[in-house]
Design a protein. Structure first.
Length: 167
């Protein structure tokens, strides 16, 4: 059975020089990433979050129960300007999803933490996004998932460390 990439390659065959195997792999990865992004956006919309809100809640949630971070730590982790982070936090605080807490040890320091509502909506979004990921990867059995994970890791390591030899 042909997929959209098979049809894409057939359209371009003989019109442009490319390695069909490489084109098939890269294009399928691009299409899968695009599909994943669209379905994850839908999952976020179902809980009333935008991507930037989810990412901020996610970084706070990753710090564990009661996890806190300063706005500057969050800005650095999310690669956002301090002003941009202030805007994000203002929006999330108004929605009741985070709160700013003054440090007991240093009154100049302000930490940000998830509220119980923020944690609940973040976990719901995680569940919905996880369902999308499970559905995509679930078409493969466990052994195939292990092989794919190893192959993708090898490719990613090469891109992250271009001067190192394979394996």
């Amino acid at each position: 059975m042909d997929d959209s990439v098979d049809r894409h390659i057939a359209r371009w065959r003989g019109k442009a020089p490319f390695d069909e195997r490489v084109e098939a792999i890269v294009t399928r990865m691009q299409f899968l990433v695009k599909h994943l992004a669209q379905t994850k956006d839908s999952a976020l919309a179902a809980v009333g979050l935008q991507d930037f809100e989810y990412e901020t809640l996610h970084w706070l949630g990753a710090r564990g129960e009661g996890g806190r971070a300063t706005p500057s730590e969050l800005a650095a982790e999310l690669k956002v300007s301090p002003a941009g982070m202030t805007g994000r936090l203002d929006t999330l605080e108004k929605a009741g999803l985070v709160r700013r807490v003054r440090s007991v040890e240093d009154r100049r320091r302000v930490d940000v933490e998830l509220t119980s509502e923020g944690r609940a909506i973040w976990l719901k979004a995680m569940d919905l996004r996880g369902e999308v990921e499970d559905a995509m990867v679930g078409v493969l059995g466990p052994d195939d998932q292990d092989v794919l994970a190893a192959l993708l890791k090898r490719m990613l390591l090469r891109m992250e460390n271009p001067g190192t030899p394979d394996r």
